[in-house]
Design a protein around this ligand. Structure first.
Ligand code: 13P
Length: 285
């Protein structure tokens, strides 16, 4: 088990038709909660942190903790750098031992996105790390600082992007958005199905918080293999901590954060059908 390449986790998910949760963490308690949940449910796990969140959780502190926790886990865990924006931070994550990076050039015109993604992919390749990139535009923004409109991924552009960059996984925009959805999410399954029919790499769904179990199942049926969840974990922690206030001491609070993060991870792993899906595990189905 231990720290593995995201590519290998996604290949197993593809072979067995399920989704793998990529859970964003902001502190060591969330790292512990996510790993405990994965161990309890015997599920593969992707632990991640996005570049915009490093102002709260510096990479040189949380990064080594994520890698150490993954190495000690009894289930396969990939450690992923989410929404990498700069070469400097992507390189730092790789040096720390992240087994996967996302370069997010979705804000660039196609040609520039292709050129920059190729550059970051060649750096990641030196470390044997998996590469995810994005085309189209997921709504909202990772940290809620801007409200980007959704630009649905074009199938033709996705085909060209995947072929020219040689990436391992592609994040697409099908109406999904970061943060909680304002109304019911309205996902373009027709486009997902079309893209999945043309590409043979795993597809990634960002903005997992607030999507229903039914919609997740449809996405998984049509090739989504990695599903990102951030806001739901942060909100579950805040809600659970608020209910229990006042705490009798610091460590009751600390334990509540671990438990809340773990509960949210478990809830999503059930929806993603990744429970008991370990290679060689007795429980494997
Ligand atoms: P949510 O915050 O909507 O779960 O999105 C997470 C995400 O896509 C991280 O990249």
């Amino acid at each position: 088990m231990t720290l593995v390449k995201m590519k290998d986790i996604l290949a197993h998910a593809e072979e067995n038709q399920y989704g793998v949760g990529a859970f964003s963490v902001a502190n060591i308690e969330m790292v512990m909660g996510a790993i405990r949940a994965a161990e309890e449910l015997r599920s593969p796990l992707i632990l991640q942190i996005a570049e915009v969140r490093l102002k709260h959780s510096p990479l040189n502190i949380i990064g080594p903790a994520m890698v150490a926790a993954a190495k000690a886990a009894t289930v396969p865990v990939a450690v992923h750098f989410d929404h990498g924006l700069t070469e400097e931070k992507i390189q730092e994550a790789l040096e720390i031992g992240f087994s996967s990076i996302m370069y997010d050039g979705s804000h660039h015109p196609l040609e520039k996105n292709i050129a920059e993604t190729k550059k970051m992919a060649s750096i990641a390749c030196e470390y044997g790390a998996t590469v995810e990139a994005e085309i189209g535009q997921v709504g909202g923004s990772e940290d809620g600082s801007v409200d980007l409109e959704v630009l649905i991924t074009s199938t033709e552009e996705a085909k060209r992007f995947a072929a020219e960059t040689g990436i391992d996984a592609l994040a697409i925009a099908i109406g999904n958005a970061h943060g909680m959805y304002k109304g019911e999410p309205n996902l373009r399954f027709d486009r997902l199905e079309e893209i999945n029919g043309e590409l043979d790499i795993p597809l990634v769904l960002h903005g997992g918080s607030g999507i229903s179990g039914n919609d997740f199942r449809t996405c998984i049926r049509h090739g989504i293999r990695k599903i990102n969840v951030a806001t739901a974990t942060f909100n579950t922690v805040v809600e659970m901590v608020n209910v229990q206030t006042p705490f009798k001491d610091y460590f009751s609070y600390h334990d509540s954060v671990i438990e809340a993060a773990g509960e949210n991870v478990k809830r999503h792993m059930e929806m993603f059908q990744s429970v008991g899906r370990l290679k060689g595990d007795k429980a494997h189905v």
